[in-house]
Structure formats: C-alpha cells, structure tokens
Design a protein around this ligand. Sequence first.
Ligand code: C2E
Ligand code: MG
Ligand code: MG
Ligand code: MG
Length: 282
Amino acid sequence: RAKAQGRNAFMFYQQEMNAHAFELLTLESELHRALQQQEFCLQYQPKICLRTGKMTGVEALLRWQHPEKGMIAPDKFVPLLEESGLILPVGQWVIEQALKDYRFWQSHGLFNLNLAINLSPAQLKDLKFIETLQSALAKYKLPMQCVELEITEHTMMIHGENSFLLMEQLRQLGTHFSIDDFGTGYSSLAYLKKLPVETIKIDRSFIRDIGVEVEDEIIVKTVIAMAKSLGYQVVAEGVENLKQVDFLRALDCDVAQGFLFSRPLSALDILQYQVQPETLPH
Ligand code: C2E
Ligand code: MG
Ligand code: MG
Ligand code: MG
C-alpha cells in the first residue's frame, strides 16, 4: 500500500512536472512572439535626491503586456528570457526604447535626468554589448554619461571578475554602474571596491523594516555609513513612508526611490511628474 501510494505520489509529481514544463515551454514561445509583436513596454520610476527634493533620474522597468493575461511583472519572465537567451535581443530593445523615451523627454524640456537600465549577467558577458549600447546612443544622439547600468549584487558576485574589463571599458566611456539589491548577496564592500561602481542601492527588504526592526535599522545605518565613507553614492529602494525618509535623511542617504514618491510611470507621465512637497517635509 505504501508502495502504491509512493507510485501515485510519483505519478502525480510527474504530471505536475509535465504541466509545469509545458507552461514554461508555452511561455517561452510566447516570449518570442512578444518581442516580434512589440508586447514589451517600459515604465519608469523616479529617483529623488534627498537633499534637493528633485527628481534626479529614473529607472527603466520592463513590462510584458500580454494579450490575454494583461500586464506581467519582470520577476515572472526575466528568468525565462535569461534561460532562453532571449535576454540579449530583449535587452537591446530595452536600451533602444529607453533612449528613445529619453530623447522624447529632452524634446519636451526635461534635461539632466539620469537613466538607469537593469542588466542581466548575459549582457555583461556579451562581447557586442558596448557596440550595441554605443550604436543606440549614436542613433538618438545621446552621450554615454546619461546612462547608468544597474547590476544586482548577486550577479556581481558570480560574474564580476569576468566582467571587470567590460565594466572598466564602459566606465572609461562615461557610463556609471550601480549595485542593485545590495545586502542580499553576502558580498563585502571591500570586494566590491575593486569594481568600477559608483552607486550602491540598498535592497528594499532592509528599508521595509525601518521603524519596525531595530536590527534592520542598524544594518541600514551601518551600510550607509560605510558606503559613504568609501565614496559611494547611496540609493534607498522601496521607500514607502515618511518614517523611512526621516531615517534616511538623518543618515545623509543621497537618493530615494519608492512608492511614496511614485510608482513606475509611463514615459508620458514622467513628463508630468512632480515630487509632492509632503513627501519631503522640512
Ligand atoms: P529592481 O531593479 O530592484 O527594481 C525595483 C523593483 O522594486 C521594481 O519591481 C519596482 O516596481 C519595485 N518597487 C519600487 N518601489 C517600491 C516600493 O516602494 N515598494 C515595493 N514593494 N516595491 C517597489 P519590478 O518592476 O517588478 O522589477 C523587478 C525586477 O525585475 C527588478 O528589480 C529588476 O531586477 C528586474 N528587471 C526589471 N526590468 C528589467 C530589465 O529591463 N532587464 C533586466 N535584466 N531585469 C529587469
Ligand atoms: Mg534595478
Ligand atoms: Mg533593486
Ligand atoms: Mg529588487
């Protein structure tokens, strides 16, 4: 009986697995279609300078406007893009679209924004990456300086050494790098100091518990103090309330990003965006 039960469990497991594999396969072929049919789009989340209270930049965030399922978040499909190798053409599309939107903002009088783009490990290993970025910049007549590349701490830990030369070259050409989701990857600032990185983005899991967990507050405090004394610019992600803003300002954190200031917006809505005064009280 136990044996039969075991077998049933196994068959059930196998059916589940097949269903899962089938779903992944379907999704993957849908992703090919998505690229061809232009179902991807970008939203932009403002980054706010905590000193001036102004929007200093935006982060481009990928969305999939699925014809039946509606808007799909990147956590659901970026891993599949990475597995299937589609991340390279999609990543190229992201760069092109973001620069096009940047040009659109400029033509409407919005200048000096910093445009942050998220990079996957495969893009960091792509020998054509510099060429791809440069030709997109040339197409929209934009300088390398307007682009900031976000790489997660996790990616940096695994691929940092191999990507060092590419990053060095890109920095020489004028782009900036930031470490995304900092604090989740168990790396040390001492290790990261070897990489050509200007900015540290503290992961929102630490920001979330400001005013809730003393331990998280201590971590945030320590990371900001250390990062700043090593010369990094510090960004806090996932800022949702005024308590967090107060705390971060007291620590001289440079930039904040989160739902308190704005959810990710369309390129058009970025033009209209104004920091609400009540989000940064005197
Ligand atoms: P990320 O780069 O850390 O982006 C920040 C994520 O936090 C975004 O989720 C954003 O919507 C969300 N967020 C911002 N403020 C708040 C807040 O106050 N509270 C909460 N709860 N969440 C907030 P999103 O857009 O779903 O993106 C998830 C991840 O997908 C990104 O994390 C990034 O790693 C990846 N991703 C997005 N776009 C791209 C892309 O073009 N290429 C690659 N390779 N990865 C991308
Ligand atoms: Mg990011
Ligand atoms: Mg992040
Ligand atoms: Mg994140």
